[in-house]
Design a protein around this ligand. Sequence first.
Ligand SMILES: Cc1ncc(COP(=O)(O)O)c(C=O)c1O
Length: 496
Amino acid sequence: MKEVFDVQLFRENSETAVGILEKHLSDQSVRGLELVDPAVLSRAARALMTTEHERVADFDGAKLAGILDLYVRTGIAVHSPGSMGRQFSGVVPLAGVVEFVSSVVNQPSSFYEAAQLPNVAEQIMAEELNRFIGWPAGRFEMLTTSGGSLANLTALLAARNKAFPDFWAEGGPGAAGDGRPAIAVGEDVHYSVSRAAGVLGIGEAQIVRLPLNEERQICPVRAETALAAAERRGLRVFCVVASAGSTSVGAFDPLDELADLAHRRGAWLHVDGAHGASLLVSDRLRAKLRGIAKADSLTWDAHKMMFVPAPCTLLFYREREHSLGAFRQQASYVFDEEPDPYTALDSGDRTFECTKRPMIMALWTLWSVYGRALFADKIEQLCRATALAYEVLLEQPDFEVLHRPEANILCFRHRPAGLSDPGPADERELHRLQVAIRNRVKQNGTFFISKVDIDGTAALRVVLMNHETTTEHFRMLLHEIRHAAQDIRTTARGNR
Ligand SMILES: Cc1ncc(COP(=O)(O)O)c(C=O)c1O
């Protein structure tokens, strides 16, 4: 047993890991994902497992190196310019150094006594980032959650409990005449919000869908009409959810107008800024979130556009007391009856998680070492690169671009000659072709892109997260897409 905890063994194997990661990070070739058959991967993984179970197996450095190597090789190559498919990124490598320390010191951060510096760092980051939100000091609150989905659920819970104070204890909507609890969301809202409605017992049928404009942002005028109609149906919309950077196209809803609309009706405005809240740190891009100070709560994923390891989500509330309303519980083993300066920083009473990673540490460390400009510069560069990719697409007669990018997400379709006469049959073929292209590109392994259905038809979607991705890489991707489409169509003709 002693050997397992040996410090020298730890040091030597840390060096092995650093060597593997150094090689991985130095490889700047254009790559996406080496997609491995799960059965093959399972065999490779099993081959690395000890068969000794009666006593602690002797340490085998080659086995550990093999596991680390397999782990690194089988992921999306997030540090490569070919990785353009998802909203998580190649992290700033130094963030990994902090995470490494976090794993070893093991300081779960819901309670100050278990994670002193992480709790202080959370408070500091809250104050630093609130400079860009603009809430009065001393009133707002920020806590970390494991992911944006959980932050959305938590904020909706706080909003529901404020509007329906008896719901937590009694269940159901409470007094007759209250109206059925409902939330209002844009058509492109992230699925975690609809899921939250299910978890909260609101029911999918009580999700009011607010219409979008041409830019796929919620249209406040039509939203007003939809909310009035919902009220007439006996619904009480207690929360309007706006997106600041929708998942599908990166659209920013008009927060200023939506806050006024929600507040006029006594509703809460929750802003799902999982993707786009990070634009607040840029002087050039902050205006996309005009009106954010009027929001009641904000979800902000630092593991997306602040380039730290997942998960690292910040959930902000304009009013501290509202953060206390999300959960109610008695647990004498952790919640002290007489708060003191130490327990004042505990967040366990405001988050679903009892044990959570000290996820703020990587973000706070990068912020401390490099300052705001690291994030602002990189985000601006990604948005510029996406705008250039859009310009490239406009020049291509066999591609149709679906929106002008507001941030770093861009959706388009490949429409080769022969598919260009619009009509329902053509739409189905177009849809199938985009899905097949996406899969083919993924399997080829040079690029990793995603797909999304827009108005019922699939589109190709790129999310530029790597500042090394250039217009040249984007042109290479278009070339690859054309080839993939040719192959797919030739094979399909051959099979007919
Ligand atoms: C707008 C939006 N909200 C919420 C989420 C969910 O966040 P997470 O993946 O951190 O749970 C995402 C993830 O892509 C998102 O884009």
